[in-house]
Design a protein. Structure first.
Length: 41
């Protein structure tokens, strides 16, 4: 998943919202629910 985050970030120029993390390969609804409160954009 870390590689997917980097690829997404590089191709899109960064994240504009926490919700945008769900568009990253490997982060589905379950994983997003687990990390949502740990992430700031």
């Amino acid at each position: 998943m870390p590689a997917s985050l980097s690829i997404y970030q590089e191709s899109k120029g960064g994240f504009r919202s926490v919700e945008e993390l769900k568009q990253v390969s490997g982060i589905g609804e379950k994983k997003f629910a687990e990390i949502r409160d740990l992430v700031e954009v």
